[in-house]
Design a protein around this ligand. Structure first.
Ligand code: SAM
Length: 203
């Protein structure tokens, strides 16, 4: 598949996302994530939250030797992701699983990943972590997007709109947990909407 072909698919994805209000990573955030991944050089990535395949395609293009498994629970988005990935000619590199990541059986997936990227329901990151960290190789890296929640997770909880408090509280607690986790070296980066990078220690 040519670069022009992939560029055209990415443009179609962006247009579809804008038209149908599908949240996909912003340019600054995805470019920063790709830079981190290029430095890490994973051979396998698990993504939780495929949406319509934008970030998975970007990762597949940036890391030619890498395979990507990605999970999406929404039926319409799952089918669009499969379609766009096929259009980009990347179906041999990206597998899309149609499931709620909190229900999917781990045996459906690979036994180990060099990187896990969480970009799904924001209040559930700790649950995703507890379920999937067993698949993260030692020395592997967990990346979590939206750790700032557009500034909301930087505010006192009393200043956050009531309907968002549980989600923001969960994000804050998860950040604190990972910062203190003895098995991970964690850094919170302010690029994009805040990317947390948690490197699993070797020993
Ligand atoms: C922010 S979007 C992902 C964007 C995508 N990573 C990108 O940048 O192209 C989050 C997606 O996670 C999905 N999602 C949320 N909770 C999920 C769960 N428990 N299991 C699977 N997918 C989930 C949503 O349906 C949504 O499409």
């Amino acid at each position: 598949m040519t670069n022009e072909h992939i560029t055209a698919t990415l443009q179609s994805i962006k247009a579809y996302a804008a038209e149908h209000h599908v949240p996909i990573m912003e340019d600054q955030g995805i470019e920063f994530l790709l830079q981190l991944l290029r430095e890490q050089k994973p051979e396998s990535v698990l993504e939780i939250g495929a949406a319509i395949g934008f970030s998975a395609i970007k990762v597949a293009v940036a890391l030619p030797g890498c395979t990507i498994d990605t999970i999406e629970r929404d039926n319409g988005r799952f089918h669009k992701a499969v379609e766009f990935i096929g259009e980009a000619g990347l179906e041999g590199k990206i597998r899309v699983f149609h499931a709620d990541a909190l229900e999917l059986e781990l045996k459906e997936l690979g036994s180990s990943y060099d990187a896990i990227f969480i970009d799904a329901a924001k209040g559930q990151y700790d649950r995703f972590f507890e379920k999937y960290e067993t698949l993260l190789a030692k020395g592997g890296v967990l990346y979590c997007d939206n750790m700032k929640m557009h500034g909301l997770a930087e505010q006192e909880i009393s200043e956050v709109p009531r309907r968002k408090r549980t989600m923001i509280r969960n994000i804050k607690q998860f950040r604190e947990k990972m910062m203190a986790h003895p098995d991970y070296d964690t850094t919170l980066l302010s690029a994009g909407d805040g990317i947390m990078v948690c490197k699993k220690k070797q020993a």
